[in-house]
Design a protein around this ligand. Structure first.
Ligand code: S3P
Length: 166
């Protein structure tokens, strides 16, 4: 699809960043990670932003960054897991992009996120995390153009599936 962005959405641990980097390399596209852009802009880590100013502040920054990166072309954009919570974000990302939702079984997500200490929402614990994922699921699906299941697949395999669809 000419000049369009490939936008990756999905819950934490679905492999958006890893698959995104592979796709960008294969298709010679720019790779953008909205979390990284937020950290660059704020000069603080995601964890620090949550701790110092709270989630809403982080979401406002996320919205600014999403609007800015949505005007790019030929980019692979890996988004944070909560990006679909705001309609505005989805509207911006769709303007010039195709949204691929990455999904995975909760057990696999837990395995992938084991020992991760950079995600503030993981502090809520397993049960809350599952609730959060279930609460968001409808929204993830509703906002996606394509859905790619990643359970049991390597990031290279997932990247290839997305490239083939795109
Ligand atoms: C979040 C997911 C994180 C990051 C922040 C909040 C979420 O991104 O944006 O910790 O609300 O699901 P990843 O999905 O890349 O882990």
């Amino acid at each position: 699809m000419k000049n369009k962005n490939i936008v990756l959405t999905g819950f934490m641990g679905t492999g958006k960043t890893t698959a995104g980097k592979i796709i960008a390399g294969e298709l010679s596209m720019e790779f953008i990670d909205t979390d990284k852009e937020i950290e660059k802009r704020a000069e603080e880590s995601i964890q620090e932003l949550f701790e110092h100013y709270g989630e809403e502040y982080f979401r406002d920054l996320e919205e600014e960054i999403v609007e800015a990166v949505s005007s790019r072309e030929n980019a692979v954009i890996a988004t944070g897991g909560g990006v679909i919570l705001r309609d505005k974000n989805v509207k911006h990302l769709k303007k010039n992009g195709v949204i691929f939702l990455l999904t995975a079984d909760f057990q696999e997500i837990l395995k992938r996120l084991d020992n991760c200490n950079t995600r503030p929402l993981l502090k809520k614990g397993k049960d809350e995390l599952l609730k959060l994922m279930e609460m968001r699921n409808e929204r993830y699906i509703k906002t996606a153009d394509f859905i790619v299941e990643t359970t049991g697949k390597t990031p290279f395999y997932v990247a290839r599936e997305i490239i083939d669809i795109f």
